[in-house]
Design a protein around this ligand. Sequence first.
Ligand code: GLU
Length: 321
Amino acid sequence: MSRRPDPRTYDLDRLRAEVLAEDGGEVHDSIPQLAEADSGFCALAIALPDGSVRSSAQADVRFSVQSAVKPFLFALALFDTDGEALDRIGIEPTGEAFDAIKLESGTGRPPNPMVNAGALLTAALVDGDDVAARDERILAGLSAFAGRALEVDEEVARDEHLLGDRNHALAHLMRAEGTLRVSADDAVAVYARACAVLVDAEALAVMGATLAFGGRNPVTGEQVVPADVARDVVSVMATCGVYDGSGRWMRAVGVPAKSSVSGAIVLSAPGRLGAAVVSPPLDGYGTSVRGHAASRRLSDDLGLHVFGDTGEPTGMPAPRD
Ligand code: GLU
């Protein structure tokens, strides 16, 4: 008989206290708001099929979503273009960092929607004739995923736009290749605002759950995107969501996820739950050190690995990376 803990009573505060003991990693410093993040901040939340949301301490503390927004931008682009986004963006992992200045050879397309080149393009593909209209569509779409009205941190959006030199470079490169059809500056502006949307761990867990449950938000009951869109997005999260650390992540944690430089990770365990873990210090792959440890433990304890449940919780040390 399984001794697995029930997710409805799983002790997230105990897990939080355990991972708080991990003290490696560096806070990302690309913009002042990220550099000033509290390295001791740590929050966890899970959203379950019955619409219940369970959380640890600090799960109502807000942070900018950063790259954890990318799966949702991809979902909105797929929906708004009726799948054409799949012709405009690759879906192969790169084995390179999130902001590598590189496009798919031969096509000039972004390699996948989970790296910056791809997210600049998905943000440009959502419905809207100009920057303001696309911003509005994205904010409304993200709010539907979260089941509550979200807002943009204007200072973060401004600094992401001003200081995102590599994003400007990628947008110009895609213009030169003919794959980006809005102006480079407009593309960076929309993407910067999407990265600057404020969420907390609870909201991000519900967003992940909406993808995990076939595009239907388990809290509001709204079908935000069709099930085939959600399946495409979760598939690409599995292969590309943790950048050049995606293979290691899938082996160790085994749950489709997206990392981000704010230290947030959103997880979508198909049919099981959505989760968010956040703590700012990052490892060399741009993944939260505590977030990775918490995700691995959660997956192990609740049997979430998509390629097989090894049976009882192992309590084994993390495998070699
Ligand atoms: N806004 C960040 C950037 O474009 C997102 C990167 C990330 O979170 O991995 O550089």
